[in-house]
Design a protein around this ligand. Structure first.
Ligand SMILES: [Zn+2]
Length: 577
């Protein structure tokens, strides 16, 4: 009797296991010797603490799968400033800080032309998939190679490398200069676009995707909470705190749910597409587009490892408008968890996650809304542009125009790089640029002038630190001081300014946007770094790490040359021997 029970048990168990095995064989592609796909998932403006604050509400197959099945670094910080989208995206697949990648900001002053340019603007290429005469973009300003570039070199170009995002810079920079393609969302036409940098014509599948008008189906959609409001009240507080101010928003919006996505117009058009950016729904469009790319480009279908980078941007737009402690940010985070689950499930069924190396990170975090930080007693505030420039210009005049001549000859010592009345024209990314021609004309010593500007800037209430070009170039900064080190890592001589200012924590210099990032402080630097796949020991790691470590670690796992300027470390603690 006992033996028969045992036999029954064995039979049941073996039937159970063989049926599981059969089911797996039927639905899972076989495991290959080397990864067939490298998938980089980026969520724009995703602080590390979101994984913890909302973690109990995630499903099993999104962020929780990454944390469970991957190696996750809980102390991962960017080691550069400014902490913006382009510098972050320029770092993660190059392993290089902006000081090496050259991507020092989303925009900067091009001294050669005197123009304000973006990290990816390129007048020599044409836009594909939008209005052909609208500005187009390319990776020409990226100075370092990426993991994708190196894979292409290693496979005689058989590896395919594709970058996808809502933002051009977020699609283009992680993919690299030798990528097959980058695609981004065009807010003027509501289509996925690319440029003639990559090819002369969009692939047919992209045109087909655009013909379905992927954005227009969200016209008039109401963005509601995913869960009962009690969950949001517990974690994010009320929906309409007084510091959540949408009165200056680009498109009409409310500071409470539901948010109706029309852009204030009656049919889909530019205003609606902009409003769509400030909703969670562009993330859905990206997932569909990524699936189309995987199928139509046959990514991960052979032994030459392909690279797909997908950067979700909705989180950044929503975070800027409502701040990191809002119900809206909580909701877009929960929805992104589902987006990632959908994408990973799709890749699992088609390529197999066992054949895929997945990296997950963010380009930067975000600070609390300054008025929120002030209400919490954290000293939040805004340092007005007029105060900063008033103090600096007064100090310059006092030193170089003591006789108070009119017109004041020192008025053009700081570079105006844009005509017009835009308030940003004097500085950008907290970088002040000197007008070398004017200084030379009047025989002004640049080093002394620099000291005058630095001293004046430091006298402005709310400015914590100030670094001069000469100080940074001489390496006179202390690498043990994280703020000095981050300034140095963000400094690229031919593109950066002559004086770099840093505000006190929770303060913004001249920023009118509700919430933003860019500082060297933990709320902007602390982001997730997770790597999941064959050769990686899952677990939570407390060793210091940075997203700059992703590229050298992926390169080690792929057994290829690390990108040209890779300075991050190989995250050895999680690698199988
Ligand atoms: Zn941002």
């Amino acid at each position: 009797m006992r033996r028969r029970t045992f036999l029954c048990f064995v039979l049941t168990i073996s039937v159970f296991f063989s049926s599981v095995g059969f089911a797996q064989r039927r639905t899972q592609p076989p495991v290959q010797k080397r990864p067939r796909l490298v998938l980089l998932i980026v969520v724009d403006q995703f602080r590390y603490d979101y994984l913890e604050r909302f973690g109990d509400l995630f499903g099993p197959d999104g962020f929780r799968r990454l944390m469970r099945d991957g190696a996750s670094w809980a102390q991962s910080n960017y080691d550069h400033m400014p902490t913006y989208t382009a510098p972050g995206h320029g770092t993660m697949m190059t392993g290089a800080y902006p000081a090496e990648s050259g991507i020092i900001g989303n925009e900067w002053l091009d001294r050669a032309t005197g123009k304000r340019i973006t990290s990816v603007s390129d007048e020599s290429v044409k836009l594909l998939g939008g209005n052909p005469n609208d500005p187009a973009s390319s990776p020409s300003r990226l100075m370092a190679s990426t993991v994708g570039d190196e894979l292409r070199l290693a496979t005689n170009d058989r590896a395919k490398v594709i970058g996808i995002s809502v933002k051009d810079r977020s699609a283009i920079l992680p993919a690299g200069r030798h990528a097959n393609a980058a695609y981004w969302f065009n807010w003027l036409t509501g289509t996925m676009v690319s440029s003639t940098y990559y090819f002369n014509q969009l692939p047919g599948w992209v045109t087909n995707f655009n013909n379905t008008k992927p954005a227009d189906k969200y016209f008039g959609v109401k963005w509601e909470r995913q869960l009962p409001e009690a969950e949001y009240l517990k974690r994010a507080g009320p929906d309409d705190p007084k510091w959540e101010d949408v009165s200056n928003a680009w498109t009409p919006d409310t500071n409470t749910f539901p948010h109706t996505i029309t852009g204030g117009v009656t049919t889909p058009g530019q205003k609606f597409y902009t409003a769509l950016d400030y909703s969670p729904f562009t993330n859905d469009i990206l997932v569909s587009f990524a699936q189309e790319a995987i199928v139509n480009e046959q990514l991960g279908q052979d032994d030459d490892t392909d690279v797909l980078t997908v950067s979700f941007s909705a989180n950044d737009y929503v975070g800027h408008r409502f701040g990191p402690y809002s119900q809206e940010v909580m909701d877009v985070t929960l929805r992104t968890d589902r987006n990632i689950a959908t994408l990973l499930d799709f890749i699992d069924s088609r390529i197999g996650l066992a054949n895929t190396l997945v990296a997950f990170t963010a380009d930067h975090g975000v600070s609390p809304i300054p008025e929120h930080a002030a209400a919490m007693g954290l000293g939040g505030g805004r340092v007005p542009f007029a105060t900063v420039m008033g103090k600096i210009q007064a100090a310059i005049s006092a030193r170089y125009n003591p006789q108070k001549k009119t017109p004041d000859p020192s008025m053009d010592y700081l570079l105006r790089f844009q005509e017009g009345t835009a308030w940003r024209e004097w500085f950008i990314n907290n970088n002040i640029y000197f007008n070398y021609d004017a200084l030379k004309r009047d025989g002004v010593d640049v080093e002394e002038f620099s000291q005058v500007v630095v001293r004046a800037a430091l006298s402005v209430p709310g400015i914590a630190r100030c670094f001069s070009r000469l100080q940074l170039l001489r390496g006179a900064t202390s690498v043990t001081d994280p703020i000095e080190r981050r300034a140095l890592h963000g400094f690229y001589p031919s593109r950066s300014g002559d004086v770099v200012m840093v505000a006190e924590p929770y303060k913004y210099i001249a920023e009118t946007i509700t919430a933003t990032h860019g500082s060297p402080y933990s709320y902007d630097t602390h982001v997730p770094t997770i790597i999941m796949g064959a050769g990686v020991n899952a677990g939570r790691y407390l060793e210091p790490a940075t997203p700059a470590d992703i590229a050298p670690t992926l390169s080690a796992l792929l057994r290829i040359t690390a990108p040209s300027n890779s300075t991050g470390r190989v995250l050895l603690e999680a690698l199988k021997k």
